[in-house]
Every structure is written in structure tokens, then in C-alpha cells.
Design a protein around this ligand. Structure first.
Ligand SMILES: Nc1ncnc2c1ncn2[C@@H]1O[C@H](COP(=O)(O)OP(=O)(O)OP(=O)(O)O)[C@@H](O)[C@H]1O
Length: 234
């Protein structure tokens, strides 16, 4: 489903004329199969968010190959990526990233609005998703009228509404207390089990990583499967 082959990425830092290149990902290789929950665990600064940004086309690798659903997406341009992202991925973020001026229902509906789906279909789907995450009674609430856990449920419903191939979750429980964290992780596991939704979870927390079928460890821009050895760049 996702195949990452020998990705290298460096950030260019410093002022013009005095720029230097800082290698952040070094020969990263991994695959994610349909129906898996895969966790990427690593300390702060190890390169987790950079992996996510490469997978979702926000940044472009210096070298290597990225294949998603048998399509080579390594060289898509920005416009092609925007469509590809909307068609294939759902996103969940640590800080939920809900639109403050929209209700829970409207936030969930939004990706379908962006896709140009008609109102009746949008509303039907949004009702279904809000129900799926157990928030039907709160659908008219604005984000600031919801708890952190409820906001994350809204963002999960929003991620699900386009029926994405995969959900990319960046520290999905990073802002939640441990009880609410357990609830959100259990919802993720349930969606994976009942509907075979594939998740990639980025975290620095071993307990969160443990909900995955597989854990990939990233350290200093190098990645290994848990129990394996780090790949070193040539
Ligand atoms: N825009 C940027 N310009 C230059 N260096 C950057 C930039 N973004 C990230 N880096 C550097 O790249 C490295 C990896 O950063 P990244 O954000 O991928 O790590 P992370 O594992 O997601 O960290 P965290 O858990 O703190 O979010 C870090 O050393 C960071 O300082």
C-alpha cells in the first residue's frame, strides 16, 4: 500500500551564501500494508514529522522512491499532491486542528465540501461519521465547547469522512490525559478491527506505539523495525 525506498532528506539552513545542509532522514525504507496499524516511535528531533511530511507530499525527498497504491508519487507536483492527499489520506493532529468557527458537524463535513460533494450526500455522511465516534449529541457544539477527547473524536470523524486509504496520526493523544488517551486509542483500534482502516501513528510514547501491529523506530534520521538494526546511509 505504501512503499518507501531509500529516502534521504536534508533541511537547508542558514542565510543565502552561508547555507548548509543538515541531513535529517538517512536511507529510510519501510512498507505499510492495508489493515495495519504501524507506529513510528522516536525522540524529539529524530525525524518523525519529516517522515510524515514526505509521505503526504508537503516536502519532497532529495532522493529515494515513494509508491502509494502502486502509483509512483515521488515526483508529483504541488497541485497533484493536493488532490492525491484529499483522495487518499485522513489526518489527525495532536492539537486537533479543528476550525473554531465551525460546529463539530460542519468540521466533519468540511473535507467533502472541499471535494465538491453535494450537500445531501455530505450531510448524510457527516451524520454517519459523528455517530461512529459517539458524538451525535454534541454535533452542534463548537470546538471550544468540547473536551480535548471530544475534539479529537471530531477530528477522527473528519479524517474518516472521505473514506481514506490511510489515516496519518501525528501524536494523536499528545494533548490528552491518560484516561482520555485510552479512549481515543481504543477508538482507533476499534476502527481498525471493524473496518480495516489503516493507521500510521507517529509518537514518542511507547504505550501509544504499542497499539500498533508493528513499530518502526527512528533515531537520528535512521529507521529500523523494532528488534531490527538501523539502516545507515551509504
Ligand atoms: N524547517 C526546518 N528547517 C531546518 N531544520 C528542521 C526543520 N524542521 C525540522 N528540522 C530539524 O530536523 C530534525 C527532525 O525534525 P522533526 O520535526 O522531523 O522531528 P520529530 O521527531 O518530529 O520531533 P518532535 O517529536 O519534537 O516533533 C530536527 O533536528 C529538527 O531540528
Amino acid at each position: 500500500m505504501i512503499k518507501v525506498e531509500h529516502l534521504h532528506y536534508s533541511y537547508v539552513i542558514g542565510k543565502k551564501g552561508k547555507q548548509s545542509s543538515v541531513p535529517v532522514l538517512k536511507d529510510v525504507c519501510f512498507e505499510i500494508n492495508k489493515g495495519e496499524i504501524v507506529s513510528i516511535i522516536g525522540r524529539s528531533g529524530s525525524g518523525k514529522s519529516t517522515v510524515l511530511n514526505l509521505l503526504s507530499g508537503y516536502i519532497k525527498a532529495d532522493s529515494g522512491k515513494l509508491t502509494i497504491n502502486s502509483t509512483d508519487v515521488t515526483d508529483l507536483n504541488e497541485k497533484q499532491w493536493a488532490k492525491f492527499r484529499l483522495d487518499h489520506f485522513g489526518f489527525i493532529f495532536q492539537n486537533y486542528e479543528l476550525i473554531p468557527g465551525l460546529t463539530a458537524f460542519e468540521n466533519v463535513e468540511l473535507p467533502l465540501t472541499l471535494k465538491g460533494i453535494d450537500r445531501k450526500t455530505r450531510e448524510g455522511k457527516a451524520h454517519e461519521m459523528i455517530q461512529k465516534v459517539g458524538l451525535s449529541e454534541h454535533k452542534g457544539h463548537y470546538p471550544n465547547e468540547l473536551s480535548g477527547g471530544q475534539q479529537q473524536r471530531v477530528s477522527i470523524a473528519r479524517a474518516l469522512i472521505t473514506e481514506p486509504m490511510m489515516i496519518l496520526a501525528d501524536e494523536p493523544t499528545g494533548s490528552l490525559d491518560s484516561e482520555t488517551e485510552a479512549e481515543v486509542l481504543s477508538l482507533i483500534k476499534q476502527l481498525n478491527k471493524d473496518q480495516q482502516i489503516t493507521f500510521l501513528i507517529i509518537t514518542h510514547d511507547q504505550e501509544v506505539a504499542n497499539i500498533g501491529n508493528r513499530t518502526l523506530k527512528i533515531h537520528d534520521g535512521m529507521m529500523k523495525q523494532e528488534g531490527g538494526v538501523y539502516f545507515e546511509a551509504n
